[in-house]
Design a protein around this ligand. Structure first.
Ligand SMILES: [Zn+2]
Length: 461
């Protein structure tokens, strides 16, 4: 019997976690955190639908928190099996999960102050749980077949999404052969630093595929770079600040890389670029540890030590330095977490800067529904930050070309490159319109059995 149950990213974007029961064992694909509205997300995260002590192992697609952030919760509740991840994902988790534990503690304080913590008397998990999780991580390089059990093996392939990201190709050989492919998050072709996606090939019995941007088309990476250069020149000329809410993992490094290239090509003026996120600084250190999986290998390795360092860029760690940026005059670029402007230092910069017409709020990543980033992007005015209604006078711009997610055409190209027939597909990781667009496209491509699983739904394969 092979059974698949969807315990996250099912009808939504966050919380990626799928339980595979096969070959007499129980394995999770991802263990991501539900994010968004704090109290609701907390309820979802706390409701573990199985006993973690009875899970034999975990296969992790990549280090983004919506794919990895429930790992310490599982460990806290008794999971003690191996967590398989690429070496870069393992090393990224060593900085991402302790940061997530810190956020859990802050969120818990916030809910307690508002009396919304419910019966729970403690944060979702602690730093100690994050550290214990790291001890269970097993590094598995791309394209190395690894046995989870006697009749169950998997292989990681590069998903081209962020450093270390993988699609998972699983073979179950008990009572016949069954091939299950889990896409993970699929990246774009031509993104800086990471390689292009490398999908598995051949017939697939069961496909689990993401759909984040299945209803959209992105501009090209080259166009994105041009627009970034234009934006920086325009704002610099009027003495303003470019405020970029950016994910510490992925977006920040690509942005710095692009700005470095633009500066070398003399396409942007000499203005300071601040990376204001201790997590982004730590993540950048992990990037430096893994040049072996960078794109354009020789070229990048040759200049690897300076890839993220050039005269204009400054990495900000302390709160004092961060605050000083708000009172310093422009022009400057500030990239700070969080990527959807829900928390983190970007909130302080927005609170200070969103009312100044010289400034630009620049979005380079996905902005989920119900986030401050999405409200600003959609033109809300005024916006509420730290309890104050603030008028939006700054310019607002989005550059989708830096998205780490494949757009509609790229998702379908990835599916086509699988080559063989697909017997059954489950569409996950998207808002309703994206999920439906992907399901429709798969049917048009000849996949007869396509489903959009609901949270908690199980299927016998
Ligand atoms: Zn991701």
């Amino acid at each position: 019997m092979i059974r698949l149950s969807f315990h996250g990213a099912a009808g939504q974007v966050t919380g990626s976690m799928h339980l595979l029961e096969a070959a007499g064992g129980r394995f999770l694909l991802d263990a991501g955190l539900f994010q968004g509205h704090r109290a609701e997300a907390r309820e979802l995260n706390l409701r573990l639908p199985f006993d973690p002590r009875r899970v034999d192992g975990i296969v992790l697609s990549h280090a983004h928190i919506d794919h990895s952030g429930r790992l310490p919760l599982l460990v806290r509740n008794g999971f003690h099996g191996p967590i398989h991840a690429t070496p870069a994902t393992r090393d990224l988790c060593a900085v991402m999960l302790p940061d997530s534990a810190h956020i859990q503690e802050k969120d818990f304080e916030f809910l307690q102050r508002r009396d919304k913590a419910g019966e729970q008397s403690e944060p979702l998990y602690s730093l100690a749980d994050a550290v214990a999780t790291q001890d269970l991580m097993v590094g598995v390089p791309y394209r190395r077949i690894t046995h989870l059990r006697k009749h169950l093996a998997f292989e990681f392939l590069d998903a081209g999404h962020i450093l270390g990201s993988a699609s998972v190709d699983i073979r179950i050989t008990e009572a016949g052969s069954h091939r299950l492919v889990f896409s993970g998050d699929i990246g774009r072709s031509g993104l800086p630093i990471v390689r292009d996606p490398d999908p598995p090939s051949g017939p697939v019995d069961t496909l689990i595929v993401e759909a984040t941007y299945a209803d959209r088309k992105h501009e090209s990476v080259a166009d994105a770079e041009e627009r970034l250069a234009e934006a920086v020149r325009r704002v610099a000329a009027r003495g303003g600040k470019v405020l970029v809410p950016a994910f510490a993992l992925g977006r920040v490094q690509e942005l710095v890389y692009s700005l470095h290239q633009l500066w070398r090509a003399r396409k942007i003026p000499e203005i300071p670029i601040y990376v204001d996120s201790p997590l982004a600084v730590d993540v950048t250190t992990v990037f430096r540890m893994h040049p072996e999986i960078f794109d354009q290998r020789e070229h990048l390795i040759a200049s690897e030590s300076r890839l993220f360092d050039f005269p204009l860029v400054r990495y900000v760690r302390t709160v004092e330095e961060s605050k000083a940026l708000d009172t310093s005059p422009g022009p400057m670029v500030i990239a700070a977490a969080s990527g959807m402007a829900e928390s983190g230092r970007i909130l302080h910069h927005l609170a200070h800067g969103i009312g100044d017409h010289r400034n630009l709020v620049l979005f380079v990543g996905f902005q989920a529904e119900h986030t401050l980033g999405r409200r600003i992007k959609d033109g809300a005015n005024p916006v509420r930050i730290f309890g104050d209604e603030l008028p939006v006078r700054a310019e607002v711009q989005s550059i989708d070309g830096y998205s780490a997610h494949a757009d509609r055409g790229e998702l379908l190209a990835w599916v086509r490159r699988l080559g063989g027939p697909i017997r059954r597909a489950f569409v996950v990781h998207g808002e309703a319109s994206a999920l439906e667009a992907m399901a429709k496209a798969l049917k048009e491509a000849g996949v007869h059995d396509v489903r959009i699983p609901r949270l908690g739904e199980s299927f016998d394969l």
